[in-house]
Ligand binder design. Structure first.
Ligand code: NDP
Length: 255
């Protein structure tokens, strides 16, 4: 093994939901390792702003707005990327949403939206990308899960269910597509101060509880997720598939 095995030079990566937060940090990490990155989100203005910042950092990026929950738009976008920008080497399924409410009051339309965005979309995007990767007999996919697939917490059951389902979808993708040379792994982030977690970030009681129970005694910084993504995407991880790597300051290590 050499340090070149960690390089993503000349690879094309698609990171869904990368116009802000964790996705944007993952896109920066992959680009720093040499990849060209396609940024994605639904809001065109936010996506364009992210793309400008990305380019100002000296990275090679392309912006493509599409809704990962719409299978027709997804297939169209993936086909467009393959025709106009080249073969997708790395797919990071990162787009996700969260809705917190006690289960007895949880609106059915919010249930549908959480499951669609966090779980069904990963099937839509991955299947569309796999159809291009399979004939090439290579490719890497990384699904962004959550520690909520391991830890129960109040008011978040549908989100936890979506991430629990994603954990098993990750293993199933690795099993079905391993014979085509496609590796599929997951990253399970702990707690990070993004827009998705705004309410928790501002809740001092929660913050005290979290930092108290996390072995590293703090929240994570989104940049701290990038190393895991670069490693799993790279040839340094060439025999690793079907795993979930928790990047969580140790929060899943203890009760
Ligand atoms: P943010 O809310 O900060 O960012 C979410 C991103 O996803 C945005 O770019 C948003 O853009 C995009 N997005 C949302 N829905 C769609 C859609 N249907 N189609 C395309 N893009 C979409 O969230 P985070 O960065 O915090 O979270 C990213 C991932 O990490 C999620 O899967 C989340 O579950 C996971 N995670 C986050 C943790 C945290 O502590 N923050 C902890 C554990 C897991 P737009 O709205 O314009 O579409």
């Amino acid at each position: 093994m050499t340090m070149n095995d960690f390089s993503l030079k000349d690879r094309l990566a698609l990171v869904t939901g990368s116009s802000q937060g964790i996705g944007f940090a993952l896109a920066q990490g992959l680009a720093a390792a040499g990849a060209r990155v396609i940024l994605n989100g639904r809001d065109k203005v936010r996506l364009e702003a992210a793309l400008q910042t990305f380019k100002a950092m000296g990275f090679k990026g392309i912006g493509l707005d599409f809704d990962v929950c719409d299978p027709v738009a997804v297939t169209d976008a993936i086909d467009q990327i393959e025709i106009n920008h080249g073969a997708i080497d790395i797919l990071v399924n990162n787009a996700g949403i969260q809705w917190r409410q006690p289960l007895e009051e949880f609106p059915p339309e919010k249930w549908t939206s959480v499951i669609n965005t966090n779980l069904s979309s990963v099937f839509f995007v991955s299947q569309a990308v796999a159809r291009h990767m399979i004939p090439r007999r290579k490719g890497v996919m990384i699904n962004i899960g959550s520690v909520q697939s391991e830890l129960g917490r109040p008011n978040i059951a549908p989100y936890a269910a979506s991430k629990g389902g994603l954990k098993m979808l990750t293993k199933g993708m690795a099993i079905d597509w391993g014979k085509y040379g496609i590796r599929v792994n997951g990253i399970g982030p702990g707690y990070f101060k993004t827009e998705l977690n705004k309410a928790l970030t501002e809740d001092k009681t929660f913050s005290d509880w979290l930092t108290g129970r996390t072995p590293l005694k703090r929240w994570g910084n989104v940049e701290e997720l990038a190393g895991a993504a670069v490693f799993l995407a790279s040839d340094a991880a060439s025999f690793i598939t079907g795993h979930i790597l928790y990047v969580d300051g140790g929060v899943t290590a203890q009760l």
